[in-house]
Ligand binder design. Structure first.
Ligand SMILES: Cc1cc2nc3c(=O)[nH]c(=O)nc-3n(C[C@H](O)[C@H](O)[C@H](O)COP(=O)(O)O)c2cc1C
Length: 138
């Protein structure tokens, strides 16, 4: 089992309708290739975790990273995992805060994950951001 976590920036903020479309297509495609994960949107920032069989995760990530709707894709983690963290979701979705672009990357990530409702999930992402702080601080 493999996992990739990345952040990116939308070229233009996605409308509710556009976001719903991205989620619909993501869930359909991911279900087909056994990929699960979570997408957090905060203003123009995306934070997404993808997990599943390594080849499927890489192929999905490659496709996503070529999507012209976002840019500045930065991988925060690319590693094997013992078990899934988001087994229930072909692609879960959470709304984060609208993080200002003048903040450091770490501050932005903290802002994005702060409003996540599920405490376990929030702790997971918070731990993640903390452990990668030195690499991701802008
Ligand atoms: C922030 C973001 C996250 C996305 N996440 C996924 C995803 O998890 N799975 C997926 O298949 N496509 C995802 N997409 C869409 C892909 O970039 C691409 O448009 C889509 O996979 C093409 O699918 P299709 O060839 O079936 O139309 C995402 C796009 C964006 C902008």
């Amino acid at each position: 089992m493999h996992s990739i976590l990345y952040i990116s920036t939308a070229r233009a903020p996605l409308s509710e309708k556009e976001l719903a479309q991205v989620l619909q297509i993501s869930r359909r495609n991911n279900a087909r290739c056994d990929v699960t994960g979570l997408l957090v949107v905060g203003g123009r920032r995306f934070l997404q975790a993808l997990e599943g069989p390594e080849e499927a995760v890489r192929a999905t990530f490659e496709r996503i990273s070529r999507d012209p709707r976002h840019f500045a894709v930065v991988i925060l983690a690319d590693k094997p995992i013992a078990e899934r963290n988001f087994a229930r979701w072909s692609m879960g979705f959470e709304k984060g805060a609208d993080a200002g672009s003048d903040q450091s990357l770490q501050d932005q990530l903290a802002g994005i994950i702060a409003p996540i409702q599920d405490r376990n999930l929030q702790a997971y992402f918070a731990g993640f951001v903390k452990s990668h702080g030195s690499k991701t601080a802008a």
